[in-house]
Every structure is written in C-alpha cells, then in structure tokens.
Design a protein around this ligand. Sequence first.
Ligand SMILES: Nc1ncnc2c1ncn2[C@@H]1O[C@H](COP(=O)(O)OP(=O)(O)OP(=O)(O)O)[C@@H](O)[C@H]1O
Ligand SMILES: [Mg+2]
Length: 601
Amino acid sequence: MKDDVYSKPNNLLRLLAYIRPYWLSFALATLCGIVKFLVPVINNVLVGRGIDVLTAAYAGDLPRSAAWAQVTFWALLGMGLAVGSTLPVYLRSRIGARAVWSVVRDLRCDLYAHIQKLSHSFFDAHRSGSLTSRIIGDVEAVQPFLNQGLIQSWMNIVQITVVMSILFSQNVKLALLSMALIPLHVAVQRMLSWRVKANARAIRDQLAGLAGATQEKLAASTVVKTFTREDDEVQRFSEDSNSLIDLGIYNSHLNGLSQAAVTGINALAPLLILLIGGHIGIFQPGELSIGLIAQFILMQGQVYGPFERLNEMQLITANALGATDRIFDIFDTEPEIADRPGAVKAPHFTGDVRISGLTFRYPDALSPALTDFTLHIPAHTTTALVGPSGGGKTTVTHLLSRFYEWEAGTIIIDGGDIRDYTVYSLRAQVGLVPQDPMLFSGTIEENILYGRPDATPDEVRRAADQAYALGFIESLDQGFNTLLGERGIKLSGGQKQRIAIARAFLKNPAILILDEATSALDSESERIVQQALEALMRERTTLVIAHRLATVIRADQIAVITAGRVVECGRHAELLERNGLYAMLCRQQFGEQLPGAPTLD
Ligand SMILES: Nc1ncnc2c1ncn2[C@@H]1O[C@H](COP(=O)(O)OP(=O)(O)OP(=O)(O)O)[C@@H](O)[C@H]1O
Ligand SMILES: [Mg+2]
C-alpha cells in the first residue's frame, strides 16, 4: 500500500508548475508571513530583557528611574513592532488568497478543457457526477495545500532558523534542551502521513462514486418514482454513505493521534525548561538570568509551533496529494481521437460518403457493433437507416463523426479518408440530431444558437420555423427568451426534438444526421417537419434513422441494418419487391396494406 501511495511523486512537481506564474505573489505573501511570525519572537526577547531589568530593580541593583526608562523602552519597542506587523499580516492573507485561488482556477480550467477534449469512450466509462466531483471537489482540496503547505512552510523554515539562532547565541544548553522533543515530532509525522494520503484518496474515490450515483438517480427521478423505488434508493444511498463514515473516522483517528502527540509535546516543552533551566539557575548562579529562563519558556511555543505547523502541513500535503493524483490521472488520459500527423482541414464537403468494410467494437464489448459494414451515400441524397433495435444504426453515425476509433475499414467523404481530416473541420460539417436531444439551461434562443453562435436573430427564427418550432415558441409568454432548464420551463419530448432540429439547421451542415429526430412528434407534426426537412435535405446529404417507416419511404435509398451489417439497400419499392427483411418490417407496421412507391411532389 505504501508503495502505491508514493507511486506518483512527480504529480506534486506538476502541481508546482501551476504556481510559476504567481511566484512573485507567493514570495510576497511568504515574506509578509515571516514578519507575522518573527515579531512575536522578537517581542519575547524584549520581554526577557524587561524581566531582567525588573529583577535588578527588585534587588535594588538598579535605580528605579533608570529601570523604568528601560522597561518603557523595551515595552514601547515591542508595541511598535506589534502594531507595525498588522499590515503585513493582512497583506499575507490578501496576497496569498489571490495567488492560491488563481492557481486553483487555472488548474480547474485546464482540467475542464482537458476533459472536453477527451473522447466518447472516456465519457462512456465515467459518470458525469464523478467527473464533476473531480473538477470541483478534488481541485478544491488542493487549495489548503497551496495556502498552508506552500506559503506557511517557508514561513516556518525561516522561523525555526531565526529562533534557533537566537536561542543558541544566548545559551547552548537550554537551546539543545529546547530541541529535545523535535525527533518525536518528526517520527509521529513520518508515521502518519502516508496513511493519511491513502485514506484521503479512498475518501475522494468514495465521494466521487457517491456523487456519480446520486447525480444519475436524481436526474432519473421519474424512473425511480415510476417503479416506486424511493426507499431502496434511500437505503442504497445510506449504505454508500456508511462506508464514508469508516473512512472519515479513520481520518479523524490519524488526525487525533497527530494532535495528541503535538499537544503533549507542546505542554511538556516549557516545563522541561523550567525544570532543567531552574536547576541550572539555582545551582550554578550567574549562568542564567531569570529573564533568559522566562524568555526560553515563552519561546518554546515558537520552537515547536513551526514543527507543529509543518506536521499539519504534512497531513494537508498528504490529503492534497490524494486529490492531485486523481486530477493528474485525468490529465494523463489521452484523447482517443486526435488529429493524425499531417491531418488537413477538410474541404467544403459536397457530401459523398463511402463506408467500406467498417468493423468496430465498443471498448470492453464482447462482440463487434459493426462488422464489414459497407454503404455508399451519394451527395445531396437522403439515405434512411432502418432495422431492428441494437443493429448498429446510431453507431455508424457516431463513427461518421469520428467519436470512436475503429478496427478495420474506411469512411471516405468526397474522396478523402475522414481520418486524414482534422477532427474539428470534419465535425464542423456534420450535424447530428441525437436520439435523446439535450437542451441546456438558458433561453430557447441560446439553445438554438448553440448550433452557430454568430447567427442573427432572423436566422434563428428561420431555423425554428423550418423545424416547425416557431408556433409553439411564439405561444410562450417570453417567446425565444423563455428560460429552459432548472430555473425555466420544461418542454415536451417533441418540442425538445424540434429545438434540437432547429439547432442542427442553424449549423447548416453538409451532412445532416437525424437519429429518430422526429420520433416524439405526433403524426401530423412529424409530417410537417418532414416537409420542412425535405426542402433542407435537397441541399445536403442526409441520413435519417427511423423506426416509423412512414417517415422513410420517400428516401433515395433505404439501408436495412441488422447485427452490424447492411443486409438490404434500395428504394422502398425495390425492397418491397425483394420481399426480404424490409418488406417484413413494413408488413408489421402497415399490415397487408403496404404503401406503394411514393409519388414525388
Ligand atoms: N456506448 C456504448 N458502449 C458499448 N456498447 C454500445 C454503446 N452504444 C451502443 N452499444 C452497443 O452497440 C450495438 C449497436 O448499438 P446502436 O446504438 O448503434 O443500435 P441502434 O441500431 O441505434 O439501435 P436503436 O434502434 O435501438 O437506437 C448494441 O448492441 C449496443 O448494445
Ligand atoms: Mg440508435
């Protein structure tokens, strides 16, 4: 376990790289912090001096007026230093916070940007809730490390050096005595830190899992309620939460051990000085003044304080490292889909698509989703993909957008292998209306504009009109400014689909893919959207996936897909004549009253 915990020491260095742009702020904050710690140290020395003056005055060795003048001087000097140090103390906090939060922001933004670059297979394997927990929670856990760990460790090192120099210059015996318990401090810290780190990582993993499961179940609250599984969900949640208790208790156990050791040592140290210092003072008169003994006693806190904070820092670092490892694990995940060396920007597509011999298996899947899949989709035509559920229709459209890497075969668009184009320039020309369109929190207009942010309001309106969405949008009080999502209204499935279609229209892609895009509409709406679509389809290559065959009988070609292959391909009438799978599917949907070949308008 210990080896595993220390397996990624360079993650700390990678984190430190984020600090480089703010090194000046970190240095300034540290400098101000050093003032904060040193002023009390100096003041203890001044108090020691003052006590010696008082002792002399009590014994009658110093005239009262002289004693008073000296005591006043030491006290006023100390007060001046104390007041003067308030500004650096404030600045240390202020400058430090700015630097720390800037680093946290940079790290979080980089992580988010990296996750955005990752491929579909990564998102298939990670729940969105668990990723959110990394972007928000893990990055947050780094913050105390930057603040306490980084800034304070320098402050502490300077303090230890200064304090020990003062003590050794004043009395070597007492100075050595002051260090007597330090090895105990170091031993405790070494013993605990790797355990804390391992436990911290376990807590973060557990939290991420809990966040993932919770987000999923809350998002699917309809399913939970439909099957009246609320109690089971509460039970499962409570079981998952229980394992966190054990980890949390173990964490407190480690922290408790550390605090107990530290408290004990802190309490012992001044008394050790009183005992030994007192013995020296009494039996070797002249070696130690009362003021010096008092100063040593007062300064024990300043000897052990830095060790205590360094100890704490070890725990914080250990904690942060647990989070850092999880963060850099993601940074180390390469996007599966990246531009090939020498990839070029795709030309403006006319949209001739040739898929040949495509074989593809989802990561971890036992059997391939596509096997030797071959299909030619001529430019500016409409191809319908039909066939039984799970046949591979959606998969083939995902490969067309290069969401996954495939094993064998090629997809050629306008004569070029799509893997030789840059991913961005390829996807910019493919519009996909997915099976379950996602709309974002925001206005309807913003959701449509997502397809092409620089579109004018008129273009947005036209796209909505073409998608047969204008009517219902205008019937809403706020029209295009109606808020959707958490704080806004909810749309019906068919309304969502039409917004998603409008969004794809606005993008105006050379290749348009409609994956069951009108499945939630009633027949009348679907017919109207289909008419709007037909006008748009003439200008581009369109792939329509539909289970409702009435929506595809007018397609230029219909490809019947089952078990990852194209088993039949042709026009509606041709396929009926073949009397194969398509004819059977048609008979299932239309009965024996098969619709004939469509008459074009
Ligand atoms: N992300 C995924 N990871 C692993 N396997 C997947 C994934 N998506 C789909 N599959 C599998 O690949 C096969 C083809 O799925 P696909 O979604 O392409 O079917 P489909 O023809 O679109 O079906 P439907 O008509 O129900 O939408 C199925 O066996 C499915 O289980
Ligand atoms: Mg599908």
